[in-house]
Write a protein that binds this ligand. Structure first.
Ligand SMILES: *Cc1c(COP(=O)(O)O)cnc(C)c1O
Length: 463
């Protein structure tokens, strides 16, 4: 039988080798194709083996991973990955994740890791201040905006049913009173997923139509009342546009409705003075969801939820009984009473590191630079005669190259060339290429080089 050897010298060698390979990977990132070539993808077949009976040396495991794995990564750590909404990783956040990985802390309970609990608290408080959310707002670090939406909506479900004397955590939804859920036709697919996971239903919603930029306007809302949950969006994934946040929040406040704001990436725009007007009134909402791994450029995975009503938040996620977890005896925050998970990785380490490294100014500069890059793309496309079918308000840009089939061909050609990566989307029934500028690593030159590649591919398809 193989035993795991962890002699200090051997471990030290392994860590150094890991570090060396990581360094080589990152230093070559801007020369690497942004999406693996067909040839590289074939290397993945090396992983097609049945469960090994006998173990392998750790160095050999690492070598296999690097040899066949590294060429098959998407180069989202470089400056020319514009797919989905994908942030890079700031240097301090990367370093913090590396050290944090060697710590391997369990962020579930305070006792599981004092440093993880501390940095999560500090990071959440800094974020609360950054977005000027009300004092007393509680937060949670989860896997992404999907789960952050889930946390916000679960807290809303608790509060809205409690008003009707129903304890949903104790008694479930069978036979419960009802409340109304209002979303927009442009709500993100993960809002629907959160609703489906909470027993609120994807279809049992009132869907509000949006304007030509994908915005939900306050004037299109039905009368709100205290028995309503309304989901607003900061940052449409196609156009980057914002719902009428201030006015909708004001109406909801008067009516006593609960406003949940999905601001996965768009909420960050509020940190830039130039874009602040887009998120005005956002702190009047009742719950908020955003991502760290998008625009803050923390590593995967990292979502952030905030809830104004701390009691509702805790009621939705508190544990009912576990004799070995003695909570509630001190004032201290127990992380797992605010999240769906119990054991979880310590994301606060990286959020703290990124915020400490960037400061408010650095976050603002990052947001602003990415927004300028989106403008640079849009101007380049328009100058070349291609269609940008929306106002470019923050970091998202769509472009069309003719009919849907031609646009699809151009997207394929660009992806095959490998200088950059951008995907396809459908907007108002038509196909477009969609680019998201969300990385600190993206430079003006990256955008120029990408524009050249896109225009070249488009011209070659047109000719
Ligand atoms: C990305 C995104 C989500 C989902 O975020 P994940 O981090 O992938 O879970 C939700 N809403 C909006 C608006 C998004 O852009």
């Amino acid at each position: 039988m193989t035993t795991l050897e962890s002699a200090p010298a051997k471990l030290s060698n392994l860590l150094q080798e890991t570090f060396k390979r990581s360094e080589t990977y990152l230093s070559g990132i801007s020369e690497q194709r942004v999406f693996p070539s067909a040839e590289h993808l074939k290397l993945l077949e090396h992983f097609n083996e049945s469960l090994p009976e006998r173990g392998s040396d750790a160095l050999q495991v690492l070598s296999l991973l690097d040899t066949y794995g590294s060429p098959n990564t998407v180069a989202s750590q470089g400056g020319r990955y514009f797919g989905f909404v994908t942030g890079g990783v700031t240097p301090a956040a990367l370093a913090a994740k590396l050290l944090g990985t060697t710590w391997d802390q369990n962020n579930g309970a305070r006792l599981g890791s004092p440093i993880a609990a501390k940095l999560e608290e500090v990071a959440l408080e800094w974020l609360r201040q950054l977005f000027a959310l009300p004092e007393g707002t509680t937060g949670a670090l989860v896997t992404g905006a999907t789960m952050a939406n889930f946390v916000g909506l679960a807290s809303a479900r608790h509060a809205l049913l409690k008003k009707q004397d129903w304890n949903v955590e104790e008694d479930g939804l069978f036979g419960s009173p009802e409340f109304r859920v209002i979303i927009s036709e442009e709500s993100h697919s993960t809002i629907f997923k959160a609703l489906q996971m909470l027993g609120l239903g994807r279809n049992r919603v009132t869907k509000i139509p949006t304007d030509d930029q994908g915005r939900m306007c306050a004037k299109d809302l039905p009368m709100l009342d205290a028995n309503t949950l309304i989901c607003v969006q900061a940052g449409n994934v196609n156009t980057g546009s914002f719902d009428d946040i201030a006015e909708i929040c004001a109406k909801a406040k008067v009516a006593g409705a609960w406003v949940h704001l999905d601001g996965a990436f768009g909420m960050w725009a509020g940190v830039s003075e130039k874009h602040q007007h887009l998120t005005a009134g956002l702190n009047q909402a009742d719950s908020w969801a955003m991502d760290g791994h998008k625009w803050l450029n923390t590593p995967y995975d990292c979502g952030i939820a905030f809830v104004r009503d701390a009691k509702a938040h805790r009621a939705a996620f508190a544990l009912s009984n576990a004799p070995y977890l003695q909570f509630g005896k001190t004032e201290a925050r127990e992380p797992l009473e605010y999240t769906p998970e119990a054991s979880r990785r310590a994301r606060g380490i990286e959020v703290w590191a990124a915020l400490k490294e960037l400061g408010r100014e650095g976050v603002s500069a990052l947001i602003q630079r990415n927004c300028e890059q989106a403008q640079q793309f849009a101007e380049g496309f328009r100058k070349a005669g291609f269609e940008v079918p929306h106002q470019v308000v923050i970091n998202q840009v769509m472009v069309g190259f003719g009919d849907d089939e031609t646009t699809k061909q151009v997207i394929r050609a660009v992806q095959e060339e490998g200088v950059l990566w951008a995907g396809a989307t459908v907007w108002k029934g038509r196909t477009y290429m969609r680019l998201s500028c969300s990385s600190h690593a993206t430079t003006t030159e990256d955008v120029e080089q990408s524009l050249e590649s896109i225009v070249r591919c488009a011209r070659s398809i047109h000719d």
